[in-house]
Design a protein around this ligand. Sequence first.
Ligand code: NAD
Ligand code: ZN
Ligand code: ZN
Length: 341
Amino acid sequence: MTETFTGAVVEEFGAPLVIEDVALPTPDRHQALVKLIASGVCHTDLHAAHGDWPVKPEPPFVPGHEGVGEVVALGPGSHSVAVGDLVGNVWLWSACGECEQCRTGWETLCPDAEYGGYTVDGSFGTYMLVDTRYCARIPAGSDPLEVAPILCAGVTVYKGLKVSETKPGQFVVISGVGGLGHIAVQYAKAMGMRVIAVDIADDKLELAKKHGAEFTVNAGEVDPAAAVQEYTNGGAHGILVTAVHPAAFGQAIGMARKGGTIVFNGLPPGDFPAPIFDIVFNGLTVRGSLVGTRQDLEEALDFYARGLIHPTVHECRLEDVNEVFEKMVKGQIDGRMAIRY
Ligand code: NAD
Ligand code: ZN
Ligand code: ZN
């Protein structure tokens, strides 16, 4: 077996990733070595490479947490996957399994969790490790490139929509129609919701319409809260914010119906002013939502396997990763970019 593999490495925050040889890891207990076939590029990878968040990864590291590949070797101990199986790495790379959060169905909030492509090397390379207790099992018949974005974008918005408590027939706003948002439109539609999409670019709104949004608002041209209030005759029941600008977070509160729920998935660095009177007087719920549990992932993949979700994916190569990040900063990606190895 080769001693090294080719990876895209963050050597320094804010600098271009370096394509270089990385030492091939040996799978430890409960771990598998995976030969990658594809990996989505999430905006979180960009935040990671820029060191945007208060909790930072430690360079050098390999980003990527939407990787799909084949198990080529297993570490010691029991495994629920076998050599040859198609698996994926995810943001929730592993959790302790024992803390209060893990015990109560909130493993995504485990204080001892490891994060794929952040605290553990990820899928921007030809090989990676997964924890076989937490990795994704890719449904038979999946297109590796198309299924990759389900591993982060898909499960994140699916869980976000669940905790928005929006019921079939009710209005949900998807604010931000990027990698996450264009998939959120599809899950919301499949879950029976009436979908309104908000973005600042007309081509993103076209993509939302193509995937089932019945009404779209360009927040760069009109007041999106007023437009949503008018269209829904009193506000949306749920609002899912996947946008990468703090302005969208404040605007989301103004879109809600009395008793509505606003869920934040997007993680741009920064703050926004929150109107206390509106939140209290309208009985609003504002909550954050971080990826999803293993069970959420199974469910999200099952929607995909049943043909209900078709991410818009554009293929690139590992060597293109810096160019992809540049396009992402400018908001020029239509759906999701995915690396093919
Ligand atoms: P993306 O770059 O593909 O999409 C971002 C979208 O936001 C673009 O369509 C852009 O036009 C839009 N946008 C920018 N400003 C806007 C505004 N003012 N109003 C409305 N839309 C606006 O990014 P992505 O991969 O979809 O990720 C989105 C965010 O979600 C990132 O911050 C990422 O880190 C975060 N994320 C969170 C989780 C989680 O578990 N909570 C998981 C994955 C990603
Ligand atoms: Zn992600
Ligand atoms: Zn835990």
